[in-house]
Design a binder for this molecule. Structure first.
Ligand SMILES: Nc1ncnc2c1ncn2[C@@H]1O[C@H](COP(=O)(O)OP(=O)(O)OP(=O)(O)O)[C@@H](O)[C@H]1O
Ligand SMILES: [Mg+2]
Length: 266
């Protein structure tokens, strides 16, 4: 990542209210091309809501979004996809009864014309699926396997592979490793490295703080709907991140160490 590049995404002053709950209050976020940003915060801090605003699934009450310095307005996920923003949701949204290749190409299956009739070009679909998975270093023995028979980690890889195949500039992942075994977590983290090395900006939402230190360049901390701190990963520690996540009122541990209390301002 070069230092001088302009921001790929710039979200400014984003607010969203659900009845009495202010889910997001004047939140800003920026990310550079190829950067991996960890978005962290306690349950209900607003991480998913903020990422859904960027993926077009939630329309904010206020604020602006710029992609490559152009202001955009997303009213649906299709709008965001058209601007090359993809999100992998925690529930994965794969179709269990369809095979791996079918899931990768769902809604845009290759067809061939035979005597004027469009037929699903199965061979091409499986060949393309294999190539797509290989490019991302995803190991799935057979693209004809039904997705319901895959492990959690393989399913997560397919969901990420599908998102990556839309040629995203920005890839948002909400808790991609939450339900995975250790080796599967490694595979997903490696996939994040592969994708970001190609210039894709990745926003990683996770409660697994150790993962942040393995793949992220920077973290942004949310607290009760506000963005409260930002750190380069090389300039922070798990202890500090924990303190930032739980907020000022619980920082007795740092106080006991004699650290200067700078609170949670960035
Ligand atoms: N559709 C909705 N309707 C009403 N309230 C909502 C809605 N979506 C989110 N909220 C509220 O907004 C706040 C932020 O929620 P959000 O899901 O963004 O948090 P989060 O940081 O992703 O938390 P978690 O780590 O638990 O996933 C919460 O208080 C939540 O209850
Ligand atoms: Mg969430």
């Amino acid at each position: 990542m070069t230092e001088k590049t302009t921001d790929r995404v710039r979200m400014t002053g984003i607010s969203k209210r659900y009845g009495p709950i202010l889910s997001l209050s004047d939140v800003s976020l920026r990310i550079a091309p190829g950067e991996v940003l960890g978005l962290v915060g306690d349950n209900g801090a607003g991480k998913s809501t903020l990422s859904k605003v960027l993926s077009g699934a939630v329309v904010p009450d206020a604020g602006t979004i710029e992609i490559d310095e152009e202001t955009v307005r997303f009213e649906t996920p299709a709008d965001a996809r058209a601007a090359h923003v993809e999100m992998v949701y925690q529930d994965l949204s794969l179709c269990d009864t369809i095979d791996v290749a079918g899931n990768l190409f769902l809604g845009r299956e290759p067809v061939r014309r035979v005597a004027g009739v469009s037929l699903l070009d199965k061979r091409r679909m499986h060949d393309d699926a294999k190539a797509m998975l290989e490019r991302l270093g995803i190991v799935i023995a057979d693209t004809r396997q039904k997705v319901e028979n895959l492990s959690g980690g393989q399913r997560q890889s397919i969901a990420i592979g599908r998102a990556a195949s839309f040629d995203p500039k920005v890839l948002i992942m909400d808790e991609p490793t939450a339900a995975l075994a250790v080796a599967e977590v490694e595979a997903v983290l490696e996939l994040i490295r592969t994708v970001s090395a190609r210039g894709v900006s990745v926003i990683l939402i996770t409660h697994r703080l150790q993962d942040l230190f393995l793949v992220c360049d920077r973290i942004q901390v949310m607290y009760e709907g506000r963005s409260v701190a930002e750190r380069k990963i090389s300039e922070t520690s798990i202890e500090e991140v924990v303190d930032l996540i739980v907020g000022r009122k619980f920082t007795a541990r740092s106080a006991a160490r004699g650290d200067r209390q700078e609170g949670v301002s960035a």
